[in-house]
Design a protein. Structure first.
Length: 557
């Protein structure tokens, strides 16, 4: 138990020498009584540009109420956010993954600069979730992360829709399968209010992963954004961080190797986003825990795919919450012997204790029983081969293609590939290759949802494969290999590919290969000239100089 809840802030607020600091704090409304209590940072990722984070000021007010009720003084501060869904398919998308590092850096810097005793982080869109947790792991102060929750589904022509449907409708419109009026009608109804994208896309994937990691309270992230119970959850999180401070429980006690394995199992069983590989590798690094890309494949082989969630399945994240939520997912894995039940969580209970409290809604169809899985293995696989010596990530939820062979259609920019799809230049049997979109090459490792959704909308989702050194959105489905490493700008083998080269996917053998000899690949790579960097100064250029391989989490050092 901590003997001093103001273990950091004493040095900021106490004694005659700190009168100038107190004077400035009083100028914004803090009293002597406030400053005598522990100072708790409320790291908010509110921003006005997107639904994912637009409601977080409401939740931060409730978190602060909870902190005050438990004897602390909350101090709210903000950081940046970049919307993947809005920036997708544009040059702006290159800022998305880079924003993860800026979020982590800024959350860390404010907490260090103002000697906070504890932190609650509020996240919403894709990169704010891992970015905040990376910061909490670095700071190692009593802390937790609360996710703002999922958007509710929209309604179009009598059925539920998500932003995924809008992206795919762009391809359908280009192929003449949807009118402009229908596309506009869908656009107007797909996103009915605040909350992050509603399928098991990256935001909801990471929200579940971090409950299983233990850094978010079990059952809290899954409450939808605009459900009144989200306010209650936020208040409870404010009280909870004060208990963590009292007991001196810190993130590095929670973020262990076994806890990370629990998080990976949660991603695998729910058919989560391939981006979880990048983000969990990054969090492990910040926590000082050894984790490799191969660990994801080893664990996914053991874990059944149980959740029938979009993009590969039928249901939304809000449906999973109604069915029994994350706690029910934990109970399934516990019953299967696939959960490290003794791992501590921010609630003060072990994840096993949390799982045993699960209540399953009678008749629910979202989460399958262990006796009837969607697939016997999880939704993520790691392929290696002469095209990806360091590995690449394939999401298997939503399709069953284990073998694919076809000629390469090679593009050096996402925009060129998208234009080719819209122009009808991609045929069934092709393997679309998009390179120089990796962490350093992009820079920023753009997601390719515009291209993959256009392929689905054009009716090619089951007959075309795609590989890239960039990323995929959690809304992507089909045979898509992302994070191919080494990336093209680092002279990875993907840089040697030419139109017409035959590429083979063999998922069962975990192979991704081109039918070229080692000598031919080496000879071609000697002649490769990478495109001129698009950025030579500023944050983009700095990131490109310092970012690691995707196989290591695309972290900066």
């Amino acid at each position: 138990m901590a003997t001093d809840p103001k273990h950091k802030s004493h040095d900021l607020t106490d004694g005659p020498g700190r009168a100038p600091a107190r004077a400035m704090l009083k100028a914004v409304g803090f009293t002597d009584d406030d400053l005598s209590k522990p100072l708790v940072g409320v790291a908010n990722t509110w921003i006005e540009v997107m639904p994912c984070n637009a409601h977080l000021r409401r939740l931060s007010a409730k978190v602060k109420d909870g902190i005050r009720a438990a004897g602390g003084t909350p101090i709210e501060y903000n950081t940046i956010a970049v919307s993947d869904g809005i920036a997708m398919g544009t040059e702006g998308m290159k800022a998305s993954l880079i924003s993860r590092e800026v979020i982590a850096d800024s959350v860390e810097l404010v907490a260090r600069g103002h000697l906070f005793d504890a932190v609650v982080a509020l996240s919403g869109c894709d990169k704010t979730i891992p970015g905040t947790v990376m910061a909490l792991a670095r700071l190692n102060l009593p802390s937790l992360m609360l996710y703002g929750g999922s958007i509710m589904p929209g309604t179009f022509q009598g059925h539920d829709v998500t932003i995924q449907d809008v992206f795919e409708a762009v391809g359908a419109h280009a192929a003449g399968k949807m009118s402009e009026a229908e596309l506009r009608d869908l656009e107007n109804h797909a996103c009915p209010g605040p909350g992050a994208c509603g399928g098991q896309f990256t935001a909801n994937t990471m929200a579940i992963a971090f409950e299983f990691l233990g850094i978010s309270p079990m059952g809290c992230n899954g409450v939808p954004a605009m459900d009144p119970r989200k306010d209650e959850v936020a208040f409870r999180c404010g009280r909870m961080v004060m208990e963590l401070l009292k007991q001196d429980v810190r993130p590095r006690q929670i973020i262990t190797r076994k806890a990370l394995e629990n998080a990976i199992a949660a991603v695998a069983t729910t058919g989560g986003s391939t981006n979880a590989v990048l983000h969990l590798l990054a969090v492990a690094r910040e926590a000082g825990v050894r984790l490799t890309i191969d660990d994801f494949d080893k664990l996914s082989r053991k874990v059944p795919l149980l959740a029938d969630l979009k993009p590969g399945g039928r249901f939304m994240a809000a449906d999973l919450w109604t069915a029994g939520g994350t706690t029910l997912v934990a109970k399934r894995l516990l019953d299967a012997g696939l959960l490290h039940a003794d791992q501590l969580t921010v609630t003060g209970k072990t994840i096993g204790d949390e799982a045993r409290q699960a209540i399953e809604t009678p008749g629910q169809q979202v989460l399958r029983p262990l006796t009837n899985p969607i697939k016997s293995t999880g939704g993520l696989v790691i392929l290696k081969g002469n095209l990806a010596p360091e590995g690449c990530v394939v999401k298997m939820a939503g399709h069953s293609m284990m073998l694919f062979k076809g000629p390469a259609k090679v593009f050096d920019r996402e925009e060129d590939a998208f234009a080719a799809v819209k122009g009808g230049q991609i045929r069934a049997g092709d393997v679309v290759v998009i390179r120089y979109e990796g962490p350093a090459g992009g820079p920023g490792m753009r997601e390719m949802l515009g291209v993959t959704a256009a392929l689905v909308g054009a009716g090619l989702g089951d007959s075309v494969a795609l590989l890239t050194d960039g990323r995929f959105s959690g809304a992507t489905h089909g045979l898509m290999a992302g994070h191919v490493a080494p990336e093209a700008v680092k002279k990875g083998p993907i840089a040697a590919l030419r139109n017409g080269d035959l590429i083979r996917f063999n998922v069962a053998k975990r192979r991704l290969d081109v039918e070229l000899t080692k000598n031919e690949i080496a000879a071609r790579l000697k002649k490769v000239k990478a495109p001129v960097p698009r950025y030579t100064s500023g944050v983009m250029a700095k990131y490109a100089r310092h970012v690691s391989s995707a196989s290591e989490g695309a972290v900066t050092s």
